[in-house]
Design a binder for this molecule. Sequence first.
Ligand SMILES: C[S@@+](CC[C@H](N)C(=O)[O-])C[C@H]1O[C@@H](n2cnc3c(N)ncnc32)[C@H](O)[C@@H]1O
Length: 228
Amino acid sequence: MDSNTEHPAPFAASRALPRAARIGVARVRRAVARSPQSLFLRELVAQPGAVGAICASSPRLAARMAGHVEPAAGLVVELGGGTGVITSALLARGVAPERLVVIERSAALADLLARRFPQVGVIHGDAAELARLHAQGLLPPGADGAPLPIDCIVSGLPLLSIPPPARQHILRAGVQALAPHGRLLQFTYALRGASPWQDAGLARLHSERVLANLPPARIDVLGHAARR
Ligand SMILES: C[S@@+](CC[C@H](N)C(=O)[O-])C[C@H]1O[C@@H](n2cnc3c(N)ncnc32)[C@H](O)[C@@H]1O
C-alpha cells in the first residue's frame, strides 16, 4: 500500500462519498467557516492590532464584567462587541436589549452581532464616534423620545494595541459620553499598571483579576473623578 492509499487526503475522501454525504460535508464546512470562532480568527489575522486577543473572552470574564453593571434607566454601551460573549452576559444580567448599544468596527463581526441580537442596537462603527453619536441623538432614546444618559460603558477594546492617536480619540469620546454618575468597565491583559482611562481623567474605583480567561485578565471599574 503506498502512502497516498494509506492516508488518503481529506478532499479525496470526500469525493469518494455519495452525493448526499458530500453535500452534508460541504454544509458543515460552510457552517464552520461562518461560526463565531472562525470569524474571530479571520478578523484577528486581518486586523491583529484591532482585535488584540487570540480568542474571545471566556464566559467567566464576561459574567464578571456584567456583574458590575446595574441595569438602570439609562443606556449601556458596549465598545468592541466581537462575537458577543459580553453582550450575551449583559443581557443575562438583566440589561434590557433596547437599552443596550454595541459599537463594533469590524463589518463581519457587527453583522454577526446584529444577527445574534436582533433587539440590541448594533452599530458598525468606531468607538471614537460615541460622543458624537450621543450628542446628535443617534442612540436609542427613552420612551418619551428624549435622549438617555449613558450610565455604563463596557469596553472590550484592546486599548494597548490600538495606536496612540486613535486610542486618544476613543478615550476622549468615552469620557465625554459617560454620564456624571456613570461607570466604565474595561478589561485588559495587563495585570499591573494604570488604566489608559485614568490617564484620560477617570478615577479607578475597583480592580480585580480573572484568572479563568486566556490569557488571565484584569477588570477595572472607573468613574468620573469628582464622583468618587
Ligand atoms: C479583544 S476583542 C474583544 C471582543 C469581545 N468583547 C470579547 O470580549 O470577546 C476587541 C474587539 O474590539 C473591536 N474593535 C477594535 N477597535 C475598535 C474600535 N475603534 N471601535 C469599535 N470596535 C473596535 C475589534 O474588532 C474586536 O471585535
